[in-house]
Design a protein around this ligand. Structure first.
Ligand SMILES: C[S@@+](CC[C@H](N)C(=O)[O-])C[C@H]1O[C@@H](n2cnc3c(N)ncnc32)[C@H](O)[C@@H]1O
Length: 253
């Protein structure tokens, strides 16, 4: 359990501080920098392919929205939003939600803005490790299918930031590749999701995340896990957590 006001400062000194290996752009490799700068249109074709065995992308994104349990008037922050597919599903389901979505990739944000016909989502280029938003200002903070691409320090930094900007009664929800116990399932998923591509930069970070456990890392980032969801088949998991902090200032909502 941690004390709210001092959290950001103490985290800066901890082992989770983002290492010097992160490039000035915020990405961990030049390849990622280039890919997410230009990949907008191709990225959506790739995700369409990835979701096929799970019943299709629309059905999965709709299920994710159910996991978020967003209510009327909620203020939602989506970190690493990519091309905005989850945000579009969210706004379709709950048009009254106030959604802010950020991503480092200018190409991703350009595509997200182009595809958003409602104009209801506030898309911004920004770093999820340091959003600049006020502490405790969002009812839901979402991180969908992004952490597996990052080394531990970066994942922890983003999870800490999610915890920082989440209201005490709010939820942090992270959606990721689920750990699979059966080797055949692991093999098929890896085949379908390009795990066989030589030098695939996601392979080692995905393995590390699964070994450490997403729920464990969310706990270490100062949240208390309250629920776990999975798709069918169980290739993707969603961990729902709440800030685990004692609020000491009287003006806390
Ligand atoms: C695999 S994509 C997931 C996109 C989207 N959330 C989805 O569900 O399709 C990962 C995204 O994380 C973004 N990203 C990586 N590091 C980031 C950071 N430090 N801050 C913000 N976005 C970041 C990338 O630009 C990319 O769009």
């Amino acid at each position: 359990m941690s004390v709210g006001k001092d959290m950001k400062e103490s985290h800066k000194d901890s082992e989770y501080t983002v290492s010097q290996t992160v490039r000035p752009s915020g990405y961990v490799s030049r390849l990622e920098e280039i890919w997410y700068g230009i990949s907008g249109p191709f990225y959506d074709i790739m995700t369409w392919w990835c979701f096929l065995p799970l019943g299709g992308e629309n059905a999965c994104r709709k299920a994710f929205v159910d996991w978020f349990e967003v209510e009327l008037g909620h203020h939602v922050l989506s970190l690493c939003c990519g091309t905005g597919s989850t945000e579009r599903a969210l706004i379709r389901a709950i048009p009254s939600a106030k959604v802010t979505a950020i991503d480092l990739g200018s190409g991703q944000i350009t595509t997200a803005k182009r595809k958003d016909r409602t104009g209801l989502v506030d898309y911004r280029v920004g770093d999820a490790c340091d959003t600049g938003f006020e502490p405790r200002s969002f009812d839901r903070v979402l991180i969908t299918l992004a952490l597996h691409e990052m080394p531990r320090q970066l994942r922890m930094s983003i999870l800490r930031e999610a915890e920082r900007v989440c209201r005490p009664s709010g939820r942090v929800i992270a959606i990721e590749h689920a750990p699979l116990s059966r080797w055949l399932q692991r093999f098929v998923r890896s085949l379908w999701w390009f795990g066989w591509v030589p030098g695939n930069p996601e392979s080692s970070t995905t393995k590390d995340l699964q070994q450490r456990g997403l729920a464990n890392e969310m706990k270490q980032a100062g949240t208390r896990v309250i629920r776990r969801h999975t798709t069918k088949p169980e290739w993707i998991e969603g961990i729902v957590a709440e800030p685990d902090r004692i609020c000491i200032d009287s003006d806390t909502p």
